[in-house]
Design a protein around this ligand. Structure first.
Ligand SMILES: [Zn+2]
Length: 190
């Protein structure tokens, strides 16, 4: 999360951000509409719900955990270019790197517990950013052939060809994690 995280502390601040669809609020919080059970980004183009029907969460994972469904319009569960996911991928790379450099066996459960995300979401996002599974990354770290600083990160939406290749590689290489995911669905995720 960036600097913006501290700008929207109160419900008033948050509601003002929703009213203006303030892009700076992206990544700071999400909002849920109690009457529809939907979770949205602060910048969602849907008509703003009544204030009394709105509940805020720090992130979409928490909202989904509380049974809210991601909005089909603003797709709060899908990484975009401002990418808060960037942070947790970097963090997890560092953690895996630590495991490898201390010659400890990799404990994925420990990592996802620390990051407070689901296993499926972790595998999917890690792969999208690094082109590797966490275990592949761990092995490369063990061999000393990978530096955390070299992890390729998707920064923008513009790099379409690269993304398509990544998607294809996700489909081919991580079937064990992504049984029920079609290429189209993955494409929507990036
Ligand atoms: Zn929405």
């Amino acid at each position: 999360m960036g600097k913006g995280a501290n700008m929207f502390l109160t419900d008033d601040d948050k509601y003002q951000a929703l009213k203006h669809r303030n892009p700076k609020a992206e990544g700071s919080f999400v909002y849920c509409v109690l009457s529809t059970g939907i979770v949205c980004r602060p910048t969602c183009s849907s008509r703003l719900a009544l204030r009394k029907n709105i509940k805020y969460y720090q992130n979409v994972e928490e909202a989904i955990h509380d049974s809210f469904r991601p909005c089909k319009r603003c797709k709060p569960d899908v990484p975009t270019e401002w990418n808060p996911q960037n942070n947790f991928v970097i963090k997890s790379c560092n953690m895996i790197y630590e495991y490898a450099s201390s010659k400890t066996s990799l404990d994925i459960d420990e990592i996802i517990k620390e990051l407070k995300i689901s296993k499926w979401y972790f595998y999917r996002t890690f792969k999208i950013y690094t082109h590797m599974t966490p275990r592949m990354f761990y092995k490369q770290c063990l061999k000393g052939t990978y530096q955390v600083a070299n992890v390729p990160m998707i920064q923008t939406k513009r790099d379409a060809i690269k993304k398509k290749e990544i998607v294809q590689s996700i489909c081919q290489e991580t079937k064990e994690y992504l049984h029920d995911l079609s290429t189209d669905k993955i494409l929507q995720c990036i």
